[in-house]
Design a binder for this molecule. Structure first.
Ligand SMILES: Nc1ncnc2c1ncn2[C@@H]1O[C@H](COP(=O)(O)OP(=O)(O)OP(=O)(O)O)[C@@H](O)[C@H]1O
Ligand SMILES: Cc1ncc(CO)c(N)n1
Length: 263
């Protein structure tokens, strides 16, 4: 069985973070492991609190995983401070981790901040240069590229700038655009668009976590990046369309809408 590791925060409401990652990896038929960076007290209406783990304890979790069951792919999600980011960079390099998907989580769907300014700088310097693909939303891509994004041409320019600066492929997500939910994959070989019509729903809690975990699962299974993104886009669209309606705010997706092979 192929294996994947998520390094991310816990979401007590189960729709984002570690919980979304493990559900997604399991639905893909991949064995899921986790290294928790923080606990959040959170639900569909917002984030009530964040409790970060000490960097040494994150290092212990990573040592335990890599010395026993080395993952075929790694997904990095919420990492709220510089010290935790440095710990991850050091451990991934020490163990020669491959197939790294970086979701540069900065703000929750509900609008709450999940990162600090020094964390963003550390993310750029320490994690971006070593990841296989980074998956920013429009807001995160503006921060990473320093460019304003208002059109599809802007999306291409911002992705090209991130690729040029950090050397990693970029999947720029269009979930927050005013038009269709089209995502752009920018690699050395050039741009590829992945189209999806916008689904009218308020239940989008954890879409970013889910998409990056689906890409990570597909990379673990040996698919190339293009195929991994194509399949992940089908999975996220199906999970949104399945229209689970839980909670009073922005509800979670149905991550178990299909089993492996059906997306
Ligand atoms: N309403 C929607 N209809 C169709 N696809 C969507 C919709 N909202 C988001 N998506 C898709 O979900 C994936 C995640 O994109 P999004 O831009 O929402 O990420 P994010 O902002 O990082 O997520 P999160 O809100 O979990 O932090 C992308 O493939 C995006 O196109
Ligand atoms: C723990 C966690 N990670 C990521 C997100 C982004 O959706 C969230 N809301 N919570």
């Amino acid at each position: 069985m192929k294996t994947a590791l998520t390094i991310a925060g816990s979401d007590s409401s189960g729709g984002a973070g570690i919980q979304a990652d493990i559900k997604t990896m399991t639905a893909h038929g991949v064995y899921a492991m986790s290294a928790v960076t923080a606990l959040t007290a959170q639900n569909t209406t917002g984030v009530k609190g964040i409790f970060e783990v000490p960097p040494t304890f994150l290092a212990d979790q990573l040592d335990c995983v890599f010395t026993d069951i080395p993952p075929d792919a790694v997904k990095i999600g919420m990492v709220s401070n510089k010290e935790l980011i440095e710990t991850i960079a050091e451990k991934l390099s020490e163990y020669g981790a491959k197939n790294i998907v970086l979701d540069p989580v900065m703000v929750a769907t509900s609008g709450a901040s999940l990162s600090s300014e020094s964390a963003v700088t550390a993310l750029k310097e320490r994690l971006l240069p070593n990841c296989t693909v980074v998956t920013p939303n429009l807001f995160e891509a503006e921060i990473l590229s320093g460019l304003k994004i208002r059109s599809k041409i802007d999306m291409e320019q911002a992705s090209q700038a991130i690729l040029g600066a950090y050397g990693c492929a970029v999947l720029l997500k269009g979930g927050h655009s005013e038009n269709d939910a089209d995502d752009l994959l920018y690699q050395q070989s050039g741009p590829t668009w992945f189209h999806a019509g916008r689904i009218e729903t308020k239940n989008t809690h954890g879409t970013g976590c889910t998409l990056s975990s689906a890409i990570c699962s597909n990379l673990a299974k040996g698919f190339d990046l293009n195929t991994s993104v194509k399949k992940a886009k089908r999975y996220i669209t199906g999970a949104l369309e399945a229209n689970l309606d839980l909670g009073i705010g922005s509800g979670p997706l149905n991550l178990a809408f299909a089993i492996e092979g059906n997306f």
